[in-house]
Design a binder for this molecule. Structure first.
Ligand SMILES: [Zn+2]
Length: 169
């Protein structure tokens, strides 16, 4: 489980951070509007956005299981209205699965950085094998490839991995 304690606001800020990183700032704003159930056209009016845009954002959040809706038919017009709700019960699961996936990617990157000696010009980074293939000259910018010290990148990856592990504890 995610160790965010009982502090709901820190869990919310983590959710917002992940939503913005994996979806967009607009998804964060729409989620924040759902502190209580609302119709899509009301959210659109509050945000001064087109209803179609808000519906698209809501559908994308729905695909991630983060919102649900209740559909009602207007007997006079025959049209449907949708009342949207945040799925508080799914937020932890969403955060956990996102972080687990990210951790996996970071660990693979770290592995690759630790194993491979890399070379760099000003436009690219390549492996030793690739550098040998082109006689240590970059075919794109014509510069000589020089050995690249990836210590900083490794440290950054390790610190990100530590942070996520702490959150997942
Ligand atoms: Zn280059």
């Amino acid at each position: 489980m995610i160790n965010m304690g009982s502090d709901n606001s820190s869990n919310n800020s983590l959710l917002n951070y992940i939503l913005e990183e994996s979806m967009s700032k607009d998804h964060v704003i729409v989620m924040e509007k759902l502190s209580e159930p609302k119709h899509d056209e009301d959210i659109a009016a509050e945000l001064n956005l087109k209803a179609t845009i808000v519906r698209t954002l809501l559908n994308e959040l729905h695909a991630k299981n983060l919102v649900e809706y209740e559909r009602t038919k207007n007997k006079k017009t025959g049209w449907y209205t949708y009342l949207w709700k945040k799925r508080e019960d799914k937020i932890d699961e969403f955060i956990q699965s996102y972080l687990t996936h990210k951790l996996d990617i970071l660990n693979k990157q770290l592995q690759a950085e630790k194993q491979g000696v890399t070379f760099a010009c000003s436009c690219n980074r390549v492996s030793l094998e690739e550098a040998i293939e082109t006689n240590f000259i970059c075919p794109r910018c014509n510069e000589t490839f020089i050995e690249f010290d990836n210590e900083k990148i490794i440290r950054k990856l390790e610190s990100e991995i530590r942070k996520i592990n702490k959150l997942l504890k």
